[in-house]
Write a protein that binds this ligand. Structure first.
Ligand SMILES: [Zn+2]
Length: 80
């Protein structure tokens, strides 16, 4: 077996990061690769019922973190 993570899994996680993961007001956004809580570095204003944020994974052992991939998150207003 290959020691490195399968490329297709990395591509999948990267695509998820680009398309947007769910944002929880309580838990924030989790990294699509390592599932850890990410650090928010950009918060956009509300646009209609949704708000976009950008995060970075701070886990130094994480593939997305080592590639410098930014993770997009989507928060939807549940009360709308
Ligand atoms: Zn990660």
């Amino acid at each position: 077996m290959n020691q490195a993570p399968a490329i297709s899994l990395v591509v999948q996680a990267k695509r998820k990061a680009e398309n947007g993961v769910d944002y929880s007001p309580r838990h924030g956004a989790r990294c699509p690769w390592c599932s850890r809580k990410t650090a928010t570095y950009c918060t956009r204003p509300w646009e209609g019922p949704a708000r976009i944020r950008f995060h970075r994974c701070t886990n130094s052992a994480c593939v997305l973190s080592s590639m410098g991939v930014s993770i997009k998150s989507l928060e939807a207003d549940q009360n709308d």
